[in-house]
Design a protein around this ligand. Structure first.
Ligand SMILES: *Cc1c(COP(=O)(O)O)cnc(C)c1O
Length: 458
């Protein structure tokens, strides 16, 4: 059989046996390592011991690991087989529509029941917690994708699951709640009156529609106050970025099959995990072999953490219970406007992604939501997949790269991560079609106020 040529292939698949056997830990290759976390109560260095109240030992070890490769447990790899290796597509119809000489590839992570990449980490986290004898996991969810993923993972490993769902999403996306309940999770609209952190917010603002920062506080408090319960986070932390690297490792193997290597790798960036997932295995080449590859993180103009935030120590949550992290941040009590890409409304970003950005190893851009939905609809009509509003940020950036390649008459290989589908987000599409969608900018004034409340760390 002739080797498939990149010009007559639409979907590049791999065998089950080609699912990666290890996760890639970029920390091993970083010229400047991410700064260690600090204790939120004292500002002193956070000892691994301090995390024991909410995380199992195995995940704490991964969080601080400098090993380059970490074995994926067989039990986790077995369930990955349900939908991995995920397909890599060549976006030939989109290329034609744009009339670009660029070749556009996308890795599709929406091909599991939960509809996003988050299941890659949820299963790993549920597995390590189960092995540590934990009975229940508590977590937050913004748009609902992480809660869906963790519900499914907990169900698989026989754990209970409590989800604090940001109230505005709870109201906007009722079927995400139904999804989580199908897998046996208990879902609360946050802020709740079940935790001290929630009650404090409700006293000040009874109409609060919540934020990720608040929901995290509630979930952390729940875990910290129950012995049999741990906390689980869907992004930001080093171990979450680590678990997502199956995406980029597979994409690399898939591109190799058609003799391609990307000039630019693009992903949307909320906390940074799907960006890490697709980009880090390519950055490994850049950091160890000097390979020229650009990596671009794409964020919403309403929550422009990398492009408009500061690189500073800040709390991971509103109630100051989560560790202090040196990261790009808009301030732990900054509440971004309610945009439709709920999964990108976090005030901070992964410490690793932040350090790479500060060192000029990766790039970042921000887009308003109208131009993002323009790109989403164009993509859907060309490629036949309705993308998640979050992922559509990456599509916008990929289209703009392809248009620039056309203007420059350049052949260019563009790879982006389609982190999830948008089939639970049709209300957002309705809103876009109504013509009322507005580009929401962040409030520089609010960010400045929030900056004044950054923790003091020596
Ligand atoms: C949660 C989510 C994101 C944002 O989270 P990251 O950690 O930045 O990847 C992006 N896309 C989808 C589909 C999501 O569910």
């Amino acid at each position: 059989m002739r080797k498939p040529s990149r010009d007559d292939i639409v979907k590049i698949t791999l065998e089950e046996s080609e699912i990666p056997r290890q996760w890639y830990n970029i920390v091993a290759d970083m010229p400047n390592k991410p700064e260690p976390y600090r204790n939120p109560a004292t500002g002193e260095l956070l000892e691994p011991e301090d995390m024991k109240a909410i995380f199992p030992d195995a995940l704490i070890a991964q969080e601080v690991s400098t090993e380059r490769f970490i074995e994926i447990p067989d039990e986790v790899r077995e369930i990955y087989k349900q939908w991995r290796p995920s397909p890599l597509y060549r976006a030939r119809n989109l290329e034609k529509l744009l009339g670009t000489p660029a070749r556009i590839y996308y890795k599709y992570e929406g091909n599991n029941a939960t509809g996003s990449h988050k299941l890659n980490s949820a299963l790993a986290q549920a597995y390590y917690n189960k092995k540590a004898g934990i009975k229940r996991l508590s977590t937050e969810t913004g748009a609902g994708q992480w809660g869906s993923a963790l519900s499914m993972a907990c169900n698989h490993f026989g754990l209970e699951c409590t989800v604090y769902m940001v109230k505005v999403s709870y109201q906007q996306k009722p079927y995400r709640r139904s999804f989580m309940e199908t897998f046996g999770a208990k879902v609360h609209a946050s802020p709740t009156n079940l935790t001290q952190s929630g009650r404090r917010i409700l006293e000040e603002d009874p109409g609060s529609t919540g934020s990720l920062g608040i929901a995290i506080s509630e979930a952390v408090e729940d875990a910290a106050t129950h012995d049999d319960t741990n906390y689980s986070l869907g992004s930001v932390l080093n171990h979450v970025c680590l678990h997502q690297t199956v995406i980029g490792q597979e994409a690399k193997a898939q591109l190799e099959k058609v003799d391609e290597y990307p000039d630019v790798v693009i992903a949307c960036c909320g906390g940074g995990s799907n960006f890490a997932g697709i980009a880090f295995p390519f950055l490994h080449d850049k950091l160890t072999k000097g390979t020229k590859v650009r990596a671009v993180a794409v964020e919403p103009a309403a929550c422009p953490t990398l492009t408009k935030g500061v690189f500073a120590y800040d709390f991971g949550d509103t109630a100051k219970m989560a560790p202090i992290v040196k990261m790009y941040t808009l301030g732990h009590d900054f509440v971004p406007e309610g945009i439709h890409a709920g999964g990108l409304r976090y005030h901070g970003a992964s410490a690793i992604v932040s350090q790479l950005y500060d060192d000029g190893i990766i790039e970042a851009v921000a887009y308003g939501q109208k131009s993002v939905f323009d790109a989403a609809v164009m993509f859907a009509r060309a490629e036949g997949i309705i993308p998640a509003p979050e992922s559509s940020h990456a599509i916008r950036a990929a289209i703009d790269e392809a248009v620039r390649a056309k203007e420059a008459g350049e052949e260019k290989v563009i790879l982006f991560n389609l982190s999830g589908h948008g089939y639970f987000d049709m209300a957002a599409y309705d809103y876009y079609f109504s013509g009322n969608m507005k580009d929401i900018e962040y409030s520089a004034e609010e960010v400045e106020k929030s900056m004044a409340r950054l923790p003091k760390v020596k």
